[in-house]
Design a protein around this ligand. Structure first.
Ligand code: KG4
Ligand code: ZN
Length: 336
């Protein structure tokens, strides 16, 4: 049985074809980074329009690469939550039309749950129960995942997501968009101890995150009190130190909360997803935490960490469980 899945929650237009035994036959991602770069972040209206332009060509490409005709698709899956509502609507509308036209079932999948399921795909075996960490531009959240379909939110961010903080600090430092890779490159030449930036909830058992105070601390450390008039700093040691100290503060906070989540749940597996998991310092620290806690760490390869439609193979589990979406399925921006 072949599934066709669509992803349009933010700024990647993606489609994938996979089978009911979780073989990914194709996964196509059209990135909109170039369209948003000059604005320093994702512009929702531009994202929706680009999804409309790109989605059907991306679906055609996914079918062609899989060597599968539309008439061979037995189920359509779509990420309908969470994300930018106008962006999600493009995928949801297309998925509904495809399912209706083909006369096949429609399955709605949660994008954040799919990020964790990407670890199941990468591992090639069952990974549940586990602690799930999603660190991306839109989310920083920890879950207790008892099965692929049953998860409990352990904690999330009170304000910015970790990736959003990377993007905003990159803008402060004049490093461009997307900020994560640029900050990581800059941090390589810096001293992570040069600035004592805050780690929110460090002395607290609550599994929560907060990165907006950290971002403001970087702003003031960079410009002093002249923030209103300041232009980005010149390249040099101070800029590298700011990047390295900021990155270390984010990584410290995420690593600490993962350790606490493993201890609190008693689980011995950590499954990580989302674009920030590309960060080498974060990977290294999470590996250290898991080593010390006697836990297994699963981080998928990059193409499964960042937004894609293959991770929506979680739909296979829903299909098996008979959890189908109705024709009035809606996009829901906020549901974790
Ligand atoms: O999962 P993703 O592709 O999209 C969503 O936000 O859902 O994640 C993108 C985020 C961006 O904020 C980007 O700056 C961040 O992941 N990112 C990184 C790195 N690569 C991407 N953050 C830190 N270090 C990186 N190497
Ligand atoms: Zn995502």
């Amino acid at each position: 049985m072949n599934f066709l899945a669509l992803e349009t929650s933010c700024d990647e237009t993606a489609a994938a074809v996979f089978t009911d035994d979780l073989r990914v036959l194709s996964s196509v991602v059209a990135s909109q980074t170039d369209l948003h770069a000059r604005f320093g972040g994702v512009v929702p209206e531009i994202a929706s329009r680009a999804h409309q332009r790109n989605l059907l060509p991306v679906v055609d490409e996914a079918l062609a690469r899989a060597g599968v005709a539309l008439s061979d698709i037995g189920c359509v899956a779509v990420h309908n939550t969470p994300g930018l509502v106008g962006a999600l609507l493009v995928g949801v509308s297309a998925a509904k039309a495809l399912a209706l036209g083909l006369g096949v079932p429609l399955v709605a999948v949660n994008h954040v749950a799919s990020h964790i399921f990407a670890c199941r795909l990468a591992a090639g075996r069952d990974i549940f129960p586990c602690v799930g960490l999603v660190v991306s531009g839109g989310h920083t959240a920890l879950f207790r995942c008892d099965t692929a379909l049953s998860r409990t939110l352990l904690g999330t961010t009170r304000d910015d997501a970790a990736g959003e903080a990377f993007d905003k600090v990159a803008a402060i430092l004049g490093l461009g968009f997307p900020g994560g890779p640029a900050v990581e490159r800059e941090a390589a030449a810096g001293n992570p101890k040069a600035f004592a930036f805050p780690r929110a909830f460090a002395d607290d058992a609550r599994l929560e995150f907060s990165f907006s105070g950290l971002k403001t601390a970087v702003l003031y450390a960079c410009h002093g009190q002249n923030v209103a008039k300041a232009s980005p700093p010149e390249p040099g040691q101070k800029r590298a130190d700011l990047a390295a100290s900021f990155q270390e503060a984010v990584v410290d906070a995420v690593a600490l909360k993962c350790k606490q989540a493993l201890r609190k749940t008693g689980l011995t597996r950590l499954a990580v997803g989302g674009g920030v998991s590309a960060n080498r310092r974060l990977r290294q620290r999470l590996a250290e935490v898991c080593d010390r806690e006697g836990a297994e760490l699963i981080i998928p390869p990059m193409n499964l960490c960042t937004d894609n439609a293959a991770m929506a193979a979680l739909a296979v589990e829903k299909w098996r469980a008979g959890e189908f979406a109705a024709a009035d399925l809606d996009a829901e921006p906020n549901y974790l």
